[in-house]
Structures are given as C-alpha cells and as structure tokens.
Design a protein around this ligand. Structure first.
Ligand SMILES: Nc1nc2c(ncn2[C@@H]2O[C@H](COP(=O)(O)OP(=O)(O)OP(=O)(O)O)[C@@H](O)[C@H]2O)c(=O)[nH]1
Ligand SMILES: [Mg+2]
Length: 817
C-alpha cells in the first residue's frame, strides 16, 4: 500500500516536472480562432508564458548538426514567420517542418533584441532560448525528424544579428485588465509617450473597451484598453465586473491578444489584499489559460517605501518582491495551481518620474521599465508562438493535479512483494518473540557500581582512560536498554494475561472499569511563521485521552497561513476485540474548498489456536480526482522449531483504479535462525484483471531472495547487513537486480548506513549516509565520500562506456549532536 502511494506521489511530482519544462498551453482562452497547422498570423496569440525558472542555457553552445538547406539562407523573408504568406515563400520543407519554423522564430527573436538594443545576456532571454530548445527537443523526440538543429544555430544567429537595417515586421497585441484607477490608461500613454487614452484621478476614466494603436521602437503595438473592475466583494460589484469581463471576452474573440497585462498598484498591496474573488472571476470567465500569457504590472512603483519591522523603510527589492509574491500567491489560489510563475513588470507613470540622460523613465532601482516591458512582451509572444507551432497548447493544463497515469504492473508487483499486508498490531507480536529467549539473568544488575565523573574530572583523565571510561559507559547503556526492553516485554505479556483473565470472568466486569485515564497533551506542532500582523493567538491542541483512538489535525506545510494550515484530520485506532480478533483503522482526510482527499487503511485479523493469522483489509486513497481501492487478504503461519523459526505468508490483493482492476498474489517464506540470521524468499505475480481473457503481456512475475545478518546487540542496536537478489519479468523482458543494505555503528559516535543497488540494465545507485556527533570523523567521512564519488565519475568518463544510466554517489551527511 505504502509503495503504491509512493508511486502515485512520484507520478504527480513527475507531472509537475513535465509542467515546468515545456512552455505549457491551456484549455480554451486564445486557441479558439487558430487553425492548427498554420503559422502565426498577425492576430496569432500566445497562450503561454513562463512557468518555473529553468536553468540558463548558453545558446551558442548548441550549434551543431544543421542541415544544408538551412545553412544557405537568411534573407529577411526566411526569418519571417509573422506573416503566413511570406513564410510560405520559403523552400517546401520550411512550409511543413515546424522545427525549421521554430529555428526561424529563434533567429528572428535574436534579431529583434539586437535591433531594439536589448541585451542578449539577459536572464529572461536565456530562459526563452532554453525553453525553445527544450520544447524542440521534446517534439523532436516524438517525431522521427533527424538532423534538425535543436538548439539554435550559431551561423543562423550570427547572420540574424548581422542583418541589415531594422525590418521589424513584428507586432504585439496587448490586453490590459485591472481594477479602476490602477493606471492602465496612464501606462498605455507612457508606453506610446503621448496621451492616447483618457485618465482620471478621481473617477473611472475608461468607459468603453477601446483599441489604442501605435508604434513603439519600430514595433506595431495594439493595446486594448478596458474599463476598470470595481474593488470589493459585494455582489453588485462582482456582477458589474463580470459584465465588463464578458464584453472584453466578446471583444477579443475575433482577434485574441498575445499578452495580457494584469495591473495592481505596488503602493496599495499589503497583507489586507483581498482581490481573490476578482482573480477567481477572471479565471472563471476567461479560463485558466489566460494566466499563461499574463504579465503582472505594478504601477506606482516609485512611491515611498513602507517601514519594516525595525522602523526603517524596507529595501525596494524586498518590498517589490513581497508585494508581487502576494499577488502571485492569490493567482495560484485562483487557478488552484502553485506552479505558475508570471513575469513581473514594475511601472511608474508619474510625470515627475526620474529619467536617465536619454529621457527614459527609470525606477528607483535604476531600471528603464519601458525596455523591460518590450522585452517581456516579446518573450511572452515568442514563447506563445513556439507553443502553437509545436502544438503544446492542449498538452498541459493549469489546475489541481489530476492523476492521468495508469499504474505499471511491475511497480504494483514490487510494492506487493515489498510490503507486508498484515495489520500493524499483529506484526508487533511477531517482533515480541525476539525477547522471549532473553530470560537469562539481567546483566545490568550484576554490574559493579560506577562513579559518574564531572566534566572537570573527565578532563583530568589521560587519553586512554578517557576512551576506557566512554567505552564502559557505552557498554552499560547497551545493557540498560536491553533491560528496559525486557521489562517492557514482560509488562506487555502481563497485561495481556490479565486482560484474558478479565474477559473470562464476566461478573467482575464492573470492577474492571478503571478510573478514566488522564488526557495527555501532545506536543505542539511546528507551524510556519505567520506573515500577517493579525497572527492568530489560538492554536490547535491535541489531547490523547485513551490508547484506543488517536485523533489529530493534519497540518498542511504548504498552507498560506496558520488559519488555513490545518485542513485535515487524522485518526488511528487499534483494538483487540477478543483473544483472536484484532482490528486496526488508520485514516487521514483533508478537505478544503476544492479538494477532498482520503488515505485510509482498515484491517482485521483473526489468529486461531495454532497461531495462524488470517487477515483481510481495505485501503482507500485519493489520487487526484480518482480513488484507488485495494482489497487484500492474507494468511500467515509461524512455525517454531528448536533451532529456527519459519513464517509462511501467502496473500492476494485486488486493486481498483479508474475501472481497471489489478489482481496480485504472493507467497513468502521467512526463516530466522537464532535472533541474528534471517532468510526471506518470495515470489508473486500481478495481472491486469480488467480483461476477461488474460493477456500474457498483461502479467508481471517477480521474486526475491534476501539474507539479513543482524548485529550482536539486536534489537537494542539496529546494526544489520542485508543482501537481496530480485528478479522481475514483464512483457518478455527480465530484469535482475542486486541490493546491499547495511547500517552500523563505527565506534561510539559514528553511524554509517550504506545502500547500493545495481540491475541487469546497468542502472544502479549508491547512497551513503553518515551521522556523527564528532566533528572530525564527520568531516573525514564527508571528504572520503566526495573524493570517492569524484574518482568514480572519472572512472566512468575514462572508460567511456556505452550508454546506460548510472546514478552514482548520492552521498548525504548529517550531524547529530
Ligand atoms: N504617481 C503615479 N500615479 C499614477 C501612476 N499610474 C497612474 N497614475 C494616476 O492614477 C490615476 C488613474 O489612472 P488611470 O490610468 O486613469 O487608471 P485606469 O486604470 O485606467 O482606471 P480606469 O480607466 O477607471 O480603469 C491618474 O490620475 C494617473 O495619473 C503611477 O505609476 N504613479
Ligand atoms: Mg483607464
């Protein structure tokens, strides 16, 4: 069960990685008018922009592998993609091949930057180039196009850069949205450097939707000015806002914009920001995809800075970052997806705004905001064009994650083989058998008394005396822990016996009603520091009143504030109904306005007089909008011999996920020789049971053999070495794997755990974890691990092997004090 959950999580994470990679598209917003095969027309829209910042890519490093045809070229028409007629005038291949068109678009992008005097070394530019590259690689992998330049061509880029006089056949179509009075019309005027739109300081200035057309640095810019939305959450205002939005939607239906500017005032954003209903309304009316092409514009960007907690004004960067983060956070809430990252543009429209020697308005941080505006708009449009050319538009959607994956049979099988399917309480009893042979005299009580030294006394000892002293303490600690475990075991056995006696005699049932146990306060949960000034003083405290039920609130670590951090409840209970019957329930439910998720495991087990345990259970868990149900049944029989104990375990499971059923079965035999040596063998199969006729290709087989050697002081100290060999076969393919795990205490202060595995596909992983309370060994181990990893890597590079993934050297070091 646990394994399957891990798998679901890994799939969801994988999805988010995928989402952060391509340039993403969306559902409905701008894609209405576009014919899929066509190159971007003048009204072609981009429905995407950046999500998560990717690593910067140096575009000049990807200049290989270009086909002949592309090397001859670039006339200005060749780099033309804006106008579909002109792009068709190129060679035949150019018409058909989207990758070539992307290449052209990239060249054009760089040419534009050069002609606008924008730096190519800008981080934003690097991001765009990286995304173009990534999108192309993803597409190229799917098609069988070979020999296409996937990363931009040095020649082409250079030629584009050397191109003659400006020929900027590039246009931008921009929609502005925001509350009334935030400065939409004033920004339009600033962009065109002339009064093209009416502004008003005291009442709503723009009454109707209006297109303002002009040229900025040689680029044709069309801005759609819209009436501002009314603030507040009263229904009248929301109704009016919806009316405005619907009319804007109608207006842009025929010619959708490339970019949306969403306006806020930087000087008015504080913790009381309350525009979530407005953001939700925008999302509802225009669709989530609108946010893919939205730039956040913060006007009044050179207003006085607010005071920080120390009484001094906060720095400009901190203030801007904090305010935009807050708006971004509410956008995340509105779209129910926190992966979106909108570009931010800081703007100042005041006529007395500082200017540089060229007369351009500059922000307090020295940035010329207009060139930043052009850069962001061009980047957003280019990315949108790449998306539509490569048809990424429908592949990724914003919104709460939905599991669109089907579990793989090998994965289900290996999780079935790895995890026991017995209620947890029953397992404990098996573990308890380890103490049963610890009947020998308590060694700890036999020890002579020892005098505990003070720090000063300890310092006076010689080095060898110090070591002897510490070793003695360590030895005594081990014996003391052993004694405690034994006592705990005895206590459990006694309470079990007395319970049995009590249940046998009915008449004294009154007297056994002991006084109610005193409730214990569980320690407070760590909650993230609150950002708001009205930090809630109340806390959720948890009381444990009895052993039977443990109920706790679940803290969402991603929660925005303490108020909303708790949105779930977890519940645990385990009970012996009678001597034979044991039940356990474990569950966790989370619920907020949009999502509901549940994870629960219920199991019941019956132990017969010969010690055979039969158990059944049902696990329920949410995966996105779906729910996975797993039913399992199991039989476990322990056989105590003189020299060894063997435990036989057989089980079946049925998993249901989206009208698909997976049936699994496993057999397992565990032989323990003494306390320290354990062998385990298991075998199982998993099949897709949705079809009536079982397809051989829909069955996975697997098994493993494992040997474990435990340390001398087990179970007090958990030192062990485990060797595992496993085999998994699915779809005529077979994978053999080996795994070594060990955990040991090297000396008093150093703990090392090693995990290494390798399979027949030459994939493997080595992980070493160390923890130490001494600085010296800790440092040495870390240095050794790094050195060894480097050596290993060098070895791989030298041997220049054939391809094969090898994940090496995941070394983690931690220090415990
Ligand atoms: N100091 C300062 N004032 C600004 C800035 N932007 C706009 N204003 C002023 O704010 C007032 C309102 O600006 P508008 O451009 O009319 O606002 P709007 O968003 O178009 O409003 P509606 O048309 O009603 O939606 C005007 O007096 C502007 O001069 C800015 O960045 N700094
Ligand atoms: Mg206006």
């Amino acid at each position: 069960m646990k394994g399957f959950r891990d798998w679901i999580l890994s799939q969801l994470v994988a999805k988010s990685v995928v989402l952060s990679r391509p340039l993403s598209g969306g559902d409905s917003f701008f894609s209405v008018e576009r014919s899929t095969n066509e190159v971007i027309t003048d009204q072609g829209a981009s429905d995407s922009t950046t999500l998560v910042a990717p690593p910067v890519l140096d575009e000049t490093s990807n200049s290989l592998n270009r086909d002949q045809e592309n090397q001859s070229s670039p006339s200005p028409q060749d780099v033309e993609v804006e106008n579909s007629d002109q792009s068709h005038s190129g060679p035949d291949m150019r018409k058909k091949d989207p990758l070539v068109k992307i290449d052209d678009l990239q060249a054009k992008f760089l040419q534009l930057l050069r002609q606008l005097g924008l730096s190519k070394d800008n981080l934003m530019v690097a991001k765009v180039l990286y995304r173009i590259h990534l999108a192309t690689v993803i597409r190229a992998e799917k098609s069988d196009l070979k020999g296409v330049n996937l990363g931009g061509d040095g020649n082409r880029v250079m030629t584009a850069e050397q191109a003659g006089p400006p020929n900027l056949d590039f246009s931008l179509r921009i929609l502005v949205l925001g509350k009334t009075g935030v400065g939409k019309s004033a920004t339009i005027n600033s962009i065109f450097d002339q009064t093209k739109a009416v502004t008003n300081a005291f009442r709503p200035g723009t009454k109707h939707i209006r297109e303002v057309v002009g040229t900025v640095n040689g680029i044709r810019v069309t801005v759609i000015d819209t009436p501002g939305f009314l603030p507040g959450v009263c229904t009248g205002n929301l109704r009016r806002n919806k009316k405005i939005m619907l009319s804007v939607k109608r207006f842009i239906r025929k010619s959708p914009p490339d970019i949306v500017l969403f306006f806020e005032r930087l000087d008015l954003i504080d913790t009381s920001y309350s525009d979530l209903p407005l953001l939700k309304l925008i999302t509802e009316v225009f669709g989530r995809a609108i946010w893919f092409s939205t730039i956040l514009v913060m006007t009044h960007s050179s207003s006085a800075l607010p005071d920080g907690p120390d009484g001094y004004p906060v720095s400009y960067e901190v203030h801007a970052r904090r305010s935009t983060d807050m708006v971004q956070h509410y956008i995340h809430q509105a779209v129910s997806d926190s992966r979106l990252e909108n570009p931010v543009l800081l703007v100042e429209n005041h006529s007395h705004c500082k200017t540089n020697i060229m007369g351009e308005k500059i922000l307090p941080n020295g940035q010329v905001w207009k060139s930043q505006f052009l850069l962001l708009c061009i980047c957003t449009k280019v990315l949108g064009d790449v998306n539509s050319l490569l048809k990424f538009n429908d592949s990724i959607e914003l919104g709460p994650p939905a599991a669109t994956y089907v579990p793989s049979l090998p994965h289900l099988l290996s999780s079935l083989l790895r995890h026991p399917i017995v209620p947890s309480g029953v397992e404990n009893e098996v573990d308890e058998s380890l103490f049963s042979d610890m009947e020998e005299e308590d060694e700890y009580d036999q020890l002579p008394a020892i005098r505990i030294l003070t720090k000063a006394q300890f310092e006076r000892l010689t080095k060898s005396q110090k070591t002897d002293y510490l070793n003695e303490l360590d030895y005594r600690e081990t014996l003391y822990l052993k004694k405690q475990l034994k006592e705990e075991y005895r206590r459990q056995m006694e309470s079990k016996l007395s319970n049995e006696k009590n249940s046998a005699s009915d008449d004294n049932s009154e007297s056994q009603q002991a006084a109610p146990e005193e409730a214990i306060l569980l320690p407070d949960m760590e909650i993230p520091l609150s950002f708001g000034s009205n930090h809630p003083a109340h806390r959720y405290r948890c009381l444990v009143a009895s052993d039977q039920w443990i109920v706790r609130p679940v803290l969402d670590p991603q929660g925005w504030d303490n108020d909303v951090g708790f949105d779930g409840i977890s519940l645990e209970s385990a009970a012996h109904i009678n001597r034979e019957l044991f039940t356990s329930v474990m569950g966790q439910i989370s619920k907020d306005k949009q999502d509901f998720s549940i994870q629960s495991e219920c199991a019941a087990s019956y132990t017969n007089s010969r010690g055979t345990v039969h158990s059944v259970g049902l696990d329920v868990q949410s995966a996105g909008k779906d729910t996975i149900y797993t039913f399992h049944s199991n039989k476990k029989r322990a056989n105590q011999k003189k020299l060894w104990e063997d435990v036989f375990d057989g089980g079946v499971s049925l998993t249901s996920f989206r009208n698909k059923y997976y049936f699994g079965a496993k057999l397992e035999e565990t032989v323990s020789i003494g306390k320290r040596l354990k062998f385990l063998m298991n075998a199982g199969q998993m099949m897709n049971a949705s079809k009536l006729i079982v397809d051989r290709e829909q069955v996975a087989y697997g098994g493993s053999v494992e040997a474990t050697l435990r340390g001398r002081d087990y179970p007090v100290r958990n030192d062990f070495v485990t060797l595992t060999m496993s085999i998994l076969s699915f779809n005529k393919e077979m994978v053999l794997g080996g795994n070594v795990r060990s955990e040991s205490r090297l000396g008093r202060n150093l703990k090392v755990s090693v995990n290494a595995n390798l399979n027949s596909r030459r994939m493997g992983k080595l992980s070493i974890k160390t923890s130490s309370s001494d600085h010296l060994p800790f440092g040495l181990v870390a240095a050794f691990t790094i050195f060894w990893t480097l050596l290993w890597r060098k070895g791989i590079a030298n041997s220049n092997n054939e391809s094969g993934e090898t994940e090496v050297g995941e070394a983690e070091s931690g220090e415990t004090g």
